[in-house]
Ligand binder design. Structure first.
Ligand SMILES: Cc1cc2nc3c(=O)[nH]c(=O)nc-3n(C[C@H](O)[C@H](O)[C@H](O)COP(=O)(O)OP(=O)(O)OC[C@H]3O[C@@H](n4cnc5c(N)ncnc54)[C@H](O)[C@@H]3O)c2cc1C
Length: 504
């Protein structure tokens, strides 16, 4: 947070690339530190798409941008603190532009964390209750992000070493990132966090997950701060890329939308106090996402992604079906219907969340939580099933699939003849089915499925949190049923009594 304004608001793609070149995050890939993330074959496709998204916001500024309340510059609308329903709807419309461009396949388009930090800044009074500096830091950092239009990754959970014991009882207490030292100037963090998606970004938000249990024991693991990705001692170990450096024709999704996931290592990373928002307060850390509203604003963004993904899969499935002439089969219609129902379900959740939005305790128009909570619990089950449907429709067509080199090679005539379809010639059918392959069976597709299953948390524990969080509502319905059971029993006994009496 050392840099100050001097910015001109919403960025364009070349500025995104320029900053990544000037201040590269320490990304490690297959045993080597990447020198230029914008040029590396494993990452450059994703970087180019990221840059394109920032250009896109200037192509539709009326939708994507708004006037900064502090500088008057045009800034990204995903930083807006909505006060009205109309403003909230305008944020969704802006977020949909990026989701449409990526078909929802880049879960971490920057507005995901933009919404989180906007929530944290709005809920700054909650952070200030612990320390007035933390509230002030949240507000200042949010303005800094908004005015510089920076892009963030984030990391919440400790490494997957031993999930059956607490953080302090791991083989090494510094396995999970924890406070090593505290000074007048700040804190020093040592250890690891798993995971951070979109390490091809400018800064990282290191926030608590809600896994912390006990007060004193977990206190050294309880913190929230954001720092630049090139902070000394900060390292990212990337997984193997699902962009194999092939053409857009061969890997239409993987070559464009590889956002990358990385394990984050803190090798005695110094974090100045001005970057800290939460510290050593386990209860407050566990409550922060909900109380500030950050989790609601993030989930709002997530459901827009879900809608874009359903729209994409529905369109893809329909084209596949008509291309190979299977539209008359009933089970095919049933499968198309299933995706359509999923789409309309997500749209309905979104609409309900926005229609029932209300001003929260910070004066921000907060989408209603229940429909969003339902959506985030449901989608991890819907997405793998929709991918399965693409596999079921495509069948062997997903693997009987030549590459760009084949199509342009000496066997082009064979391909023209043998890859034709009912309603497409081979050279239309092949790119369509390559897209279906990349959406359903490639490495890129598998990682998408894993992402949707887990990125928002373990679905099992999310369901547990749901049942606890909505306990009062669930109890209401239990009471209603209990009353019916009671009446039913009483009626039965009331009917039984006269005859019992007669026989006696
Ligand atoms: C592609 C991808 C991208 C991600 N991106 C990010 C990111 O950018 N930032 C970030 O912070 N996180 C990210 N995550 C991590 C995500 O938050 C976690 O995957 C999720 O919280 C589950 O934790 P885990 O993966 O450590 O699974 P684990 O907690 O290790 O669980 C492993 C298995 O054990 C079960 N299990 C473990 N503990 C319990 C328990 N107490 N009760 C019941 N069952 C249990 C789980 O159900 C699961 O089946 C990402 C994950 C994926 C897959």
């Amino acid at each position: 947070m050392a840099e100050k304004f001097g910015s001109s608001g919403a960025r364009r793609g070349h500025q995104v690339i320029g900053r990544l070149r000037e201040r590269p995050p320490a990304l490690w890939y297959r045993g080597e530190q990447i020198k230029d993330v914008t040029a590396h074959p494993a990452l450059r496709g994703g970087v180019q798409t990221l840059a394109r998204l920032y250009d896109l916001q200037w192509e539709r500024p009326d939708i994507s941008l708004f006037d900064s309340p502090s500088t008057g510059h045009k800034v990204a609308r995903s930083f807006m603190m909505a006060r009205t329903h109309a403003e909230l709807a305008s944020i969704s419309a802006a977020m949909k532009v990026w989701e449409d461009h990526t078909f929802g396949m880049m879960g971490r388009v920057p507005d995901y964390i933009n919404r989180a930090m906007t929530g944290y800044a709005a809920g700054a009074p909650f952070l200030a209750e612990a320390d007035p500096r933390f509230g002030e830091n949240a507000r200042r950092y949010y303005e800094y992000l908004r005015e510089n239009d920076l892009c963030l990754t984030h990391t919440l959970i400790p490494p997957q070493a031993n999930r059956s014991v607490s953080l302090t009882k791991q083989a090494d207490p510094f396995l999970a990132a924890r406070v090593k030292e505290e000074t007048d100037a700040g804190i020093v963090i040592r250890g690891c966090r798993m995971l951070a998606t979109l390490p091809i970004s400018d800064e990282i938000m290191v926030f608590p997950s809600t896994l912390l249990k006990s007060g004193e024991e977990d206190a050294p693991y309880a913190f929230g701060f954001s720092i630049p990705n090139d902070t000394p001692g900060l390292r990212f170990i990337c997984r193997e890329s699902v962009d194999y450096g092939r053409s857009h024709f061969d890997h239409p999704l993987g070559s464009r939308f590889e956002e990358m996931d990385a394990v984050v290592i803190f090798d005695d990373v110094f974090v100045p106090w001005e970057s800290v928002l939460l510290y050593r307060d386990v209860k407050r850390c566990n409550e922060a996402y909900a109380r500030t509203g950050a989790v609601v604003h993030m989930t709002h963004q997530v459901v827009i992604k879900n809608i874009a993904k359903c729209e994409f899969l529905l369109g893809l499935a329909h084209l596949m079906v008509s291309t190979i002439g299977v539209e008359a089969f009933q089970h095919i219609q049933e499968k198309l219907a299933e995706i359509w129902v999923n789409l309309e379900t997500m749209k309905a959740f979104m609409r309900a969340a926005e229609a029932d939005a209300a001003l929260d305790e910070w004066g921000v128009m907060r989408p209603a939580w229940n429909p969003l909570d339902a959506a985030r619990n449901l989608f991890p089950r819907l997405y793998p099933r929709m991918v399965e449907i693409i596999q079921q429709i495509g069948a062997s067509g997903l693997v009987a699939m030549p590459t760009e080199a084949d199509v342009k090679g000496p066997l082009a005539d064979d391909i023209r003849k043998y890859y034709q379809a009912a309603r497409a010639d081979a050279f239309d059918r092949v790119p369509l089915f390559r897209l279906a392959w990349d959406a359903s069976i490639s490495a890129f597709a598998s990682r998408q499925v894993l992402y949707e299953r887990f990125f928002f948390g373990d679905p099992v524990r999310m369901a547990g949190a749901l049942v606890m969080g909505h306990a009062a509502q669930i109890q209401q319905y239990a009471e209603k049923v209990r009353e019916f059971v009671r009446q039913n029993r009483d009626e039965a006994f009331a009917q039984a009594s006269p005859s019992t009496a007669a026989s006696a």
